[in-house]
Design a binder for this molecule. Structure first.
Ligand SMILES: *Cc1c(COP(=O)(O)O)cnc(C)c1O
Length: 346
């Protein structure tokens, strides 16, 4: 296997010339069998896809590696993003490597560690006050920027402003299937904010399906905190994407999942429905327990946003929605070292 190439192992399936990529060993993360944790919670086949090991310590490096390569291919060297922290920190790292100019609109209350990453990588940081309107003001600033200057490449980790951003995360699906020796797991649990990660997972599975590499889908599970669950609500109640009301007061310790509006909700919902998946909303207390369970049983230190998938798997098992012997993959999307302030406060 060409695993040392990380996501670029799959360059034939990525929509950019791989020569433009800044190789920082993004992707190629381990799929860890969680023996102790599985036994404790009652799963016989529980696996963790450990995305904390990416260069800037979250899965966003997959998106930003593809995003910056695309910018370079198009001859652009100035990038702008809007992010709660991880996407911006990642874009800043890739920008440093490529000599890009990077501007990041982030929330006022961004975690210290994510802010430190941004500053040390040399991004121009713009801290933006949150409006209680359901519209993320950081996104507005980003869009204004690219409207005024066509030489600036929009590189958020989601959405309708840049169609290439789902391409990086889709390599997570490729890797899981390969690491399981071309077997398809029964379920994949994804922490969900904008829905880009879920969309990417589904896109990766669809690519493999179209190539004839797999013949069934795992059920995809969207997981959000109770304090910001517009997308999960739409999945559970069968609402159409167009009818989704953004959350006016998003609130959770899982600060990476607080997008008030799920920009990629249309394609994320399609992914969940096509795979007969679910949407699950999690209480704060359960998110914190999941951080502790991952750390104390498996030695994996996740930030709250990165641990929420485990809480969802646990909840669905308790509710009898999944069986003990099903093949369960939980994505652990970001490192606990990024959220020391939140974690030491609990
Ligand atoms: C961005 C992020 C997510 C959510 O991804 P979306 O594509 O916005 O749904 C999950 N976990 C972590 C750690 C993140 O940074």
């Amino acid at each position: 296997m060409r695993t040392s190439n990380g996501i670029w192992k799959y360059k034939e399936l990525l929509p950019v010339d791989a020569r433009y990529s800044a190789r920082m060993h993004e992707g190629g993360t381990p799929l860890i069998k969680a023996e102790r944790l599985g036994k404790k919670l009652g799963f016989s086949k529980l696996y963790l896809k450990d995305e904390t090991r990416n260069p800037s310590a979250s899965f966003k490096d997959r998106s930003m590696s593809v995003g910056t390569a695309k910018a370079l291919e198009m001859g652009m060297r100035r990038v702008v993003t809007a992010s709660s922290g991880n996407a911006a920190a990642s874009l800043a790292a890739y920008s440093a490597k490529l000599g890009f100019e990077c501007e990041a609109f982030v929330p006022e209350d961004i975690s210290e560690a994510k802010l430190a990453q941004l500053c040390i990588f040399g991004a121009r940081v713009r801290r933006v006050a949150q409006a209680n309107s359901g519209m993320d003001p950081a996104v507005k600033y980003m869009l204004n920027k690219v409207k005024r200057n066509k030489q600036i490449y929009p590189c958020p980790s989601f959405g309708p402003f840049n169609p290439y951003q789902v391409e990086g995360p889709k390599t997570i699906s490729f890797e899981i299937i390969e690491q399981m020796n071309w077997q398809v797991p029964d379920l994949i649990f994804a922490p969900t904010g904008s829905g880009c990660l879920l969309t990417g997972l589904f896109k990766g599975l669809s690519d493999f399906m179209n190539l004839g590499f797999i013949s069934s889908y795992p059920r995809l599970v969207a997981t959000q905190p109770k304090g910001n669950q517009a997308l999960v609500q739409a999945i559970v109640s069968g609402t159409r994407f167009e009818e989704i009301q953004p959350e006016k007061h998003p609130k959770s310790i899982a600060s990476g999942l607080l997008d008030p509006y799920p920009w990629d909700g249309d394609s994320a919902i399609k992914g969940v429905r096509t795979t007969h998946g679910y949407g699950v909303a999690i209480q704060e207390r359960k998110i914190i327990e999941a951080v502790r369970l991952l750390a104390s049983n498996e030695g994996v230190f996740a930030e709250p946003s990165g641990a929420i998938g485990l809480a969802a798997a646990r909840q669905m098992l308790e509710e009898g929605l999944i069986k003990r012997d099903e093949f369960v993959v939980v994505l652990v999307t970001g490192s606990g070292l990024k959220a020391i302030d939140a974690i030491t406060a609990i």
